[in-house]
Each structure stands twice: as structure tokens, then as C-alpha cells.
Design a protein around this ligand. Structure first.
Ligand code: FCB
Length: 464
């Protein structure tokens, strides 16, 4: 395959998913520690308390990354570790990231830092969390504290990971911490995270930070029947809510008009203060794209459900923001992962190409997450983990990125989700995305066949 010179090959994790040490060296509760104590919030009652124990095994994990030949490692910083309770900076907490960055640089691996991957200090949640505008200013202070210590060694700074999830899924559908079902609070969380992003871009830019950006999870919202007006309308609304509610403020300093109308009863417009959109649209240097699957959308839930044999209770999503009942569902004809997400590499190609056409001022793109959960990851008698489906998933998606580049998309890197098996949020430890298997009893790491395949690809196949 052929990729532009300097194309970055990496892998990604997030603090709350891998670190563990949830109450060590001064770290206090994040919203995920608290959410994990709510009965039935997380499968099997799993918690982020120990997770993949990366906090204690960091040097070993960096050595593994080096063995795999990774060029970059995307990780996130835990606000509740660095400023527990959002009070003063906890030196021990920041030291962990400082040691991680040194270890990476020593191994020749570029540190790619994400400031926020969903783990708000619980103390701030008690003051309203992201529904409170003040949290945006608290975030800016946190970001400055991290930059003060790591700015000399970290060149790439991502403000947020997937704000869609830490707003809508966290505050409206209640499936993620803090587990609320309040549409107004959810839209307030959207706007205040945008504001926090813009304030932080301004502050870190003024401090001479290298490259600044944000990671969004984007989708192609495909109408189930291309000519059906209800399906087309539902897909438009999903596109507005999942994609354009994030892309347009950040890239164009505006919310889409159709979105503002769709959600008008929930007060988004009233939250926007003079000057906010200019701050939010501060120029960025890269856009991170997380891609797992497209969303096939129908405005006829029963018809689509019957045709596809969907179980109505699990698949029909009734969202206050989409107006009517609608469904998003995996395509009928494609294979699926253990998350029941369709495997659709061509969706990634199409998305990367489309973004360049739709946003003329689009900065360079990086695929900051892509990967698959599969059942049956066990260490066999031969001491290995044979996961051919994941290996194929990875190579097919890399091929799709190559095709997108050939079609003119300005993509500069690919980060595989994930380096390690980890705490998959509400799914707990039962969904494994790692290219490295983690035995949660012993914390033993075993590189899966997919990890070996990715390493081989990086070594041999990434340049033509
Ligand atoms: C993304 C999250 C990441 C991981 C993958 C599977 O939405 O950013 O933390 O959970 O999904």
C-alpha cells in the first residue's frame, strides 16, 4: 500500500479505560467511578478501579508499543488525577503523564495527548457538570495546568474526544456517566463543551502549543430507502445531530439552521452568548475522526424492524431530538462485530472524502480511532490469541484510508482502537477491542495475532 511520507501509525487508549489506580496518589472520583457504583449501570458491575492497571505497568506497556513499531500513542489525561476535585494541581498526578511522555519519547514514539476523554471530576458534576457554563472555564484552567508541565514535550493537543458521547449519551440517553435523561442539560453540555474547546484552543495557542485539534465521532447517516421522504427526513436529522452540531460550530462558527429548528424546544439557542461562536470557531490544526460504523436510518421503525428482524426494544431509538420514532441499525448485508456494529470500511473511505468536499477550510485529518471488538479472544494452549476477524478488520479499514487518500482526502495518520483490552464504559470488560490481550486476573499482556499483523504492516506494508 502507499501512504504519504510521514503518515503516522499509532494506537489509542483513554485514561479511565486503562489506568486503574482510581484512588491512588491523590486521584479522586471521576464521574465514571461514581457511575460504576450505580446498580446495573455497567455490565457485570465492572468498575474502572483497576482496569488494565496501566498506571503501574506503564513502562512495560510503552515497551510493547515499541516492539509493535508504533509511531505514535494517543492517550488521555485524567482531570480527576491532575486536579482532584478540581482543586489545586496534584503534582503526583501530573508526574505520571510526565513520565509517560518521557518514556514514549525515549522509545521514539510521538505522544498524542487528549485532554478530555469523558472522566469529569465528580466534584464538578455536583455543580451541574457540563450543563453548567462555568465548567468550560474550569476546563480551560485544567488544560493550562497540563500544558504548563507537558507543553515542552507534547506537540499534538486534542481538547475533547467525541463530545457527542459526553453530551447526548451522558446527559440525554443516560447510558454513560453521569447517567442523566435531560434533553435540555444535554444540549447545554454540547454548547459548554464547544466553548471549553474554543477557550482552550485560544489559551494554548497563546502559550505557543504545537498543533491543536479535536476528535469527533462522525457517521454517514444513510436513509433506509433512498426515495422515502420519512427516511430521508430522519437521516437529515441524525446527520444534523451526530455530525453537523459539532462540525459547523468548530469549523464555521455557527450552528446549522435546521438543527436549531429541530431542537428549538430544548433551549440551545438561548445558551449562546455574544462572542461564543467566534471563540468556538478558533482555527484548529487538525481534526481527529473516530469511525466505527455508518448509521442506517429509517423514519418507519416498525417497517424497518420487521424487514431486518430487529428487536424493537433494543433497536428502536426514540430520541427527543429526532422528533419522531426512528431507528438506526446495522446494515443487513454486512458482517458485524461483537458490539453488533456493521463492518463497513467503505463508509470510512466515503466519510473522509466527503468531509473535504463539504468543508473547504477542513484542516488535515487523522483517524484517531477505529477498531473492532470480537468475542473469542482467549490465550490458547500455544500461548497466542488468534483473532483473524480483527486482523482483517484492521487491514480492510487501512485499505479504505488509502483509497480515501488516493481520492484526495488529506489524511495524515491512523490510530487503532485499542492498544490494550480495557474498560469499555457501560459494557465493562466483556467487550475486548485490544490488539494486546489483557488477562484481568494476572494483568498479563499477550500480543494478539491482530497486533502482530498491524506491526508487520507498519514495518513492511505501509510504504510502497
Ligand atoms: C469510542 C470511544 C472509545 C471506545 C470506542 C470503542 O466511542 O471514544 O473510548 O470506547 O468507542
Amino acid at each position: 500500500m502507499s501512504f504519504p511520507a510521514g503518515f503516522l501509525w499509532g494506537s489509542a487508549t483513554a485514561a479511565a479505560q486503562v489506568e486503574g489506580a482510581a484512588h491512588e496518589d491523590g486521584k479522586e472520583d471521576s464521574i465514571w467511578d461514581v457511575f460504576a457504583r450505580v446498580p446495573d449501570a455497567i455490565a457485570h458491575g465492572d468498575t474502572p478501579e483497576v482496569a488494565s492497571d496501566h498506571y503501574h505497568r506503564m513502562p512495560e506497556d510503552v515497551a510493547l508499543m515499541k516492539e509493535l513499531g508504533l509511531g505514535a500513542y494517543r492517550f488521555s489525561t485524567s482531570w480527576a488525577r491532575i486536579k482532584p476535585g478540581d482543586r489545586q494541581v496534584n503534582r503526583k498526578g501530573l508526574d505520571f503523564y510526565s513520565r509517560l511522555v518521557d518514556e514514549l519519547l525515549e522509545a521514539g514514539i510521538m505522544p498524542w495527548l487528549t485532554l478530555y476523554h469523558w472522566d469529569l471530576p465528580q466534584a464538578l458534576q455536583e455543580r451541574g457538570g457540563w450543563s453548567n457554563r462555568d465548567t468550560a472555564y474550569r476546563f480551560q484552567e485544567f488544560a493550562i495546568a497540563v500544558h504548563d508541565v507537558l507543553g515542552d514535550r507534547v506537540s499534538h493537543w486534542t481538547t475533547f474526544n467525541e463530545p457527542l458521547c459526553s453530551s447526548l449519551i451522558a446527559y440525554a440517553s443516560g447510558e454513560h456517566a453521569p447517567g442523566l435523561r435531560d434533553p435540555r442539560a444535554a444540549l447545554a453540555a454540547v454548547h459548554h463543551q464547544h466553548l471549553a474547546h474554543g477557550l482552550t484552543v485560544e489559551a494554548l495557542r497563546a502559550r505557543g502549543a504545537g498543533k491543536l485539534g479535536i476528535t469527533l465521532n462522525l457517521t454517514n447517516a444513510i436513509p433506509d430507502l433512498p426515495g422515502d421522504p420519512l427516511d430521508i427526513e430522519a437521516a437529515r436529522r441524525v446527520d444534523a445531530l451526530f455530525n453537523r452540531m459539532y462540525l459547523e460550530p468548530i469549523l464555521l462558527s455557527r450552528y446549522p439552521d435546521d438543527l436549531l429548528m429541530d431542537v428549538s424546544e430544548f433551549g440551545l439557542g438561548e445558551l449562546i452568548q455574544a462572542g461564543d461562536l467566534e471563540v468556538i470557531g478558533a482555527p484548529i490544526d487538525f481534526l481527529g475522526v473516530n469511525y466505527y460504523h455508518d448509521d442506517n436510518v429509517s423514519g418507519h421503525p416498525l417497517r424497518a424492524g420487521a424487514r431486518l428482524n430487529l428487536e424493537p426494544t433494543t433497536r428502536v431509538k426514540s430520541s427527543p431530538f429526532v422528533g419522531s420514532e426512528y431507528v438506526t441499525f446495522p446494515s443487513r448485508d454486512l458482517p458485524r462485530t461483537a458490539m453488533d456494529w456493521e463492518v463497513n470500511p467503505d463508509g470510512l473511505r466515503a466519510l473522509l472524502v466527503r468531509l473535504g468536499h463539504e468543508y473547504p477550510n477542513l484542516p488535515p485529518l487523522y483517524v484517531t480511532e477505529n477498531g473492532g471488538a470480537y468475542g473469542g479472544d482467549v490465550v490458547g494452549e500455544d500461548g497466542q490469541v488468534h483473532d483473524p476477524e480483527r486482523a482483517a478488520y484492521i487491514l480492510h479499514h487501512i485499505r479504505a484510508v488509502e483509497e480515501a487518500v488516493a481520492e484526495g482526502a488529506d489524511v495524515r495518520g491512523y490510530f487503532l482502537w485499542s492498544l490494550l483490552d480495557n474498560f469499555e464504559w457501560a459494557w465493562g470488560f466483556q467487550k475486548r477491542f485490544g490488539i494486546v490481550h489483557v488477562d484481568y486476573e494476572t494483568q498479563l499482556r499477550t500480543v494478539k495475532d491482530s497486533g502482530l499483523a498491524y506491526a508487520r504492516f507498519i514495518r513492511n506494508g505501509s510504504s510502497s
